[in-house]
Design a protein around this ligand. Sequence first.
Ligand SMILES: [Zn+2]
Length: 373
Amino acid sequence: MESRVKLGHIWGIPIGLHPSWFFIFGLVTFSLAVGYFPDEYPDMNGAAYWILGAITSLLFFGSVLAHELGHSFVAMRNKIPVRSITLFIFGGVAQIEEEPRTAGAEFRIAIAGPIVSLALAAVFYVIWLADRNVSMHLAAPSVWLARINLILAVFNMIPGFPLDGGRVFRAVVWQFTGSLHRATRIAATMGQVVAFGFMAWGAFALLAGGVFNGLWLIFIGWFLQNAATASAAQSGLQEALRGVTVSQVMTTECAHVPHRLSIKELVDEQILSGRPQRCFFVDEGDATRGLLTIQDVTAISRDEWNQVTAEQIMVPWDQIQRVTPSTELLDALRIMDRAQVGQVPVVVGEELVGMLTREQVIRYVRMRSELGL
Ligand SMILES: [Zn+2]
């Protein structure tokens, strides 16, 4: 999930808002300002309801952020980097970069978020207790925040992957079966059951006349269904690639081209030749200066092909991530992901031995599945 609005960093993790967040923020503020606070405080004026609504709504999303920071804190304690935290229409998501290595770590990371939500519910409840007979000004917001944090904790503990409860469940199955893959399959199936449960509930609510609640539940169910399917697919891919190294998949057939070669010549002599190439090492004398792929070529317009040379559009060698033949394929994919590139050169020391591209990985996975492996 890409966040568009960047809010800053906490513990080095970029925090951001997805555009859909503004919709939910507006909706929560609206329902507080128009429904909840006028019921609780009948004597205030209109603007005060909106200000109180917005502040309470912000505190709610602060609570969601704290929940995600809970997951992130434990992930980082387990040496797993967190790429970002994004608030969006259904709450928050912490992008944790890799699967935990043990069932115990998975369990602790998953449970940390609901524990933070429970703790916040308790804090707001105590504020409500302290204030309800004194000034009353904090009572209505704090009891609402206590309730919503409790709901957040309980909702997230529903045992359907990718909800936190599903992750906790997966950790337990993982612990007992010793297989992350099997645990993920079972948890993802449960996740789909939960997702269809939400959709069915939404359909009943719709039929009963609750249009908004009905649509909302269907929407949540649909989101969970997609997420569960994606995690099952991801897990299948990881299982297929486990133990496979770069050397089994890489190509050693990249061409070397001189740095002053024009793109026109490159296309005519290399790309459209009898043995078409898709990647090129750009050399100056004996040294490789950079890397060029078909994508780089297609990025410039055809009438410039005569003037532009290989070295002008290559990615310079020192800016390129590299892998070795013995790098695990999954780690190589992660490196490409992080650098947002479709290929990495394979090196032994300083010597270039081949190239790994995303298409090769896809082809490899397809071949394995065709062979029924
Ligand atoms: Zn969570």
